[in-house]
Design a protein around this ligand. Structure first.
Ligand code: F6R
Length: 612
């Protein structure tokens, strides 16, 4: 949600800002703007896609200047409109800012500032931040001091890029709870919400911590911590290529990322298995700690929550510890009972989801052990958790997650094996069988993504494109897979769909089944196959059109009953969800295409959900 970028150097700023913003489009936005310094602030902003902004300023050529800030906005305070778009300039024209985050106490600050002569054009909290900094600057006569004071007064989250009319060769940036990186160039420097925005220009970046501020020119940067003390920062070298964040010949990022799943799984799994054993020695969780764990919570939002929901079945089966999956937005207000005998596993692709981050902080403050499963290196959640296991999915650009979800599942398998091994709850045979199966998963995913299989799914998707209500049913591990399959269809194809534990259907929802209602039945748990088939027969008897998903070894039985069937290879029973989800991702993708939807940027959604 929202992206910011800033440039200061010898090149023209505007084209670099536009280019950077294009790389941040994935975060979700409804308007965009830039401000370039040229003996004053030159601002251009507009509602809608970035291309509107680009044509308004002739690809950047219409705004000349070597220092500037840019923004993509996902509306929170005030509707998407030109006037609410960023950058915002304070009342006396001294301060120009871009902001990612939410200033929660903006109303009281606005009242105070209005009483002190400041005026407001927009409905945004950001304009309040700009005026607060300007007010304090006018009072103190020192911009650094003003920004530090403003940072103390603002409640909520912010990554701010700040220009001051009196400092034509310097820019400031400050952050709390919203991501911000600083990029070191040669005679030029950058700020951005994420690495792809500046990777074309530099690989040397610093991930700023909460409370950090950076004051920079084209030739240097000074960093300060939350106490205002000068601190030194060592840049990290980004090793991945920009092509990882580009479409690379695919029509959509989502399709590319679906195809990247085997590689993402290999990168996540292989380095962690040595000599047939899972190695996670870098975790601070010891054997004694694990023996003391009485309960595990898995906390996340959306797809990450569904990945975590599988963890209940996997970890309980292997480690024999009660596991409770919880939505982060519920967990944080549920007054959870946590102590040092509770392990809270936090799952997040972006590492910056507001509810998930808040839940993690709560778990930390209540003394629980916390372990993050995170994709974005250096993100807020990765930093705040006691331990972190990275999913090496690479940058995920499509709003609908696919490869990050798959790698989250794979980390849960690894973690279960690691813990089961330490705790001695797993037989050698079972351990070895799971290791073998885990190592074979990437290749098996490749087998589900052959051109022939994709073509068959595409045909089915086109046939199903006009269904208004779809039901996903499955038991045990297939239940969270259904939830994820249903979410995919909802979010990118705008088709109403619901997921039910198959056994629950006759306790209510079956009354919604009528002639030709589409039911997707996932029957991947072999020991429950007959039970799921009974539920399939119940909906068939009421006229449902059933699409079955199962393993090749159970194909014969299911194909007799359902209307269409999607088959996946068989693996270890606990790992089967990793294969079952793939045709459901592809199905949603093609239904979305058939319905003419914007697959990579579904309406109303943002990649990083940094608001409650
Ligand atoms: C759905 C999707 C979302 C995210 C959720 C959590 O395809 O991507 O449901 O899973 O917003 O995001 P992260 O994992 O970044 O915390």
């Amino acid at each position: 949600m929202c992206g910011i970028v800033g440039y200061l150097g010898k090149q023209q700023a505007a084209p670099i800002l536009l280019d950077g913003l294009a790389k941040l489009e994935y975060r979700g936005y409804d308007s965009a703007g830039v401000c370039v310094y040229n003996d004053g602030f030159c601002v251009s902003k507009t509602v809608g896609r970035l291309m509107n902004l680009s044509s308004k300023i002739d690809g950047g050529a219409a705004l000349t200047g070597h220092m500037g800030i840019g923004h993509t906005r996902w509306a929170t305070h005030g509707a998407p409109s030109d006037v609410n778009s960023h950058p915002h300039i304070a009342t006396n024209g001294k301060i120009g800012i871009v902001h990612n985050g939410i200033i929660e106490n903006y109303l009281s600050l606005k009242l105070f500032l209005t009483e002190h002569g400041k005026t407001f054009l927009s409905d945004t909290d950001t304009e309040v931040a700009a005026n607060l900094i300007e007010y304090l600057y006018e009072e103190e006569g020192d911009l650094l001091k003003a920004v530090q004071m403003a940072a103390k007064q603002m409640e909520g989250s912010y990554a701010l890029g700040i220009m001051c009319i009196d400092r034509p060769n310097a820019m400031l940036a400050v952050k709390k709870d919203s991501p911000l990186i600083f990029g070191f160039g040669e005679g030029e420097n950058f700020i951005a919400s994420d690495v792809p925005a500046i990777l074309k220009y530099t690989r040397k970046v610093v991930y700023l911590n909460d409370g950090d501020m950076v004051d920079f020119t084209a030739d240097g940067a000074t960093f300060y911590n939350s106490l205002g003390e000068e601190v030194s920062k060592t840049p990290e070298n980004i090793t991945w290529e920009l092509s990882a964040a580009e479409k690379g010949g695919y029509d959509h990022f989502m399709l590319k990322e679906i195809h990247e799943q085997p590689k993402a799984l290999r990168n996540t799994i292989c380095p962690r298995i040595k000599d047939g054993r899972v190695r996670m020695d870098y975790l601070t969780l010891t054997e004694d700690d694990l023996r003391g764990i009485r309960r595990i919570y898995i906390v996340a939002c959306g797809s990450a929550y569904y990945a975590g929901y599988h963890g209940k079945y996997i970890l309980e089966k292997i480690c024999r510890i009660p596991v409770e999956p919880m939505l982060a937005s519920e967990f944080r207000y549920a007054d959870p009972i946590l102590d040092e005998h509770t392990l809270v596993i936090i799952i997040s692709q972006s590492g910056e989801t507001a509810d998930t981050l808040a839940a993690l902080r709560q778990a930390n403050s209540l003394g629980a052990r916390t372990l993050g499963i995170v994709n974005v290196v250096g993100s807020a959640i990765a930093k705040a958790a006691t331990d972190v296991i990275y999913t090496w999915a690479g940058p995920e650009i499509a709003v609908a997650t696919t490869k990050a979800y798959s790698t989250q599942l794979s980390v849960l398998y690894l973690l279960a094996l690691y813990m089961g091994d330490l705790m001695g709850t797993l037989s050698t045979e079972e351990y070895d069988a799971m290791i073998c199966a885990l190592q074979a998963l990437p290749e098996q995913i490749e087998q589900t993504l052959t051109a022939e299989k994709l073509a068959a799914i595409k045909d089915m998707a086109y046939d199903c494109r006009d269904n208004h209500d779809v039901f996903f049913i499955g038991r045990n591990l297939d239940n969270p897979t259904c939830m994820e399959g249903s979410l995919k269809l909802k979010e990118i194809a705008y088709v109403h769909s619901e997921a039910y534990a198959a056994g629950e259907l006759k306790h209510g929802p079956i009354s919604l089944i009528e002639e030709n209602t589409l039911v997707v039945a996932v029957a991947g748990v072999e020991e429950l196959f007959d039970k799921t088939m009974s539920n399939v027969k119940e909906v068939k008897a009421r006229g449902a059109n059933v699409l079955g998903v199962t393993t090749e070894n159970m194909a014969e039985e299911i194909c007799k009953t359902v209307d269409r069937c999607l088959l996946v290879p068989q693996t270890h029973p606990l790992l089967q969800p990793s294969l079952n989800i793939v045709p459901l991702q592809v199905f949603s993708y093609y239904v979305a295409l058939a319905r003419g939807c914007d697959v990579d940027k579904p309406r109303n959604l943002a990649k990083s959900v940094t608001v409650e």
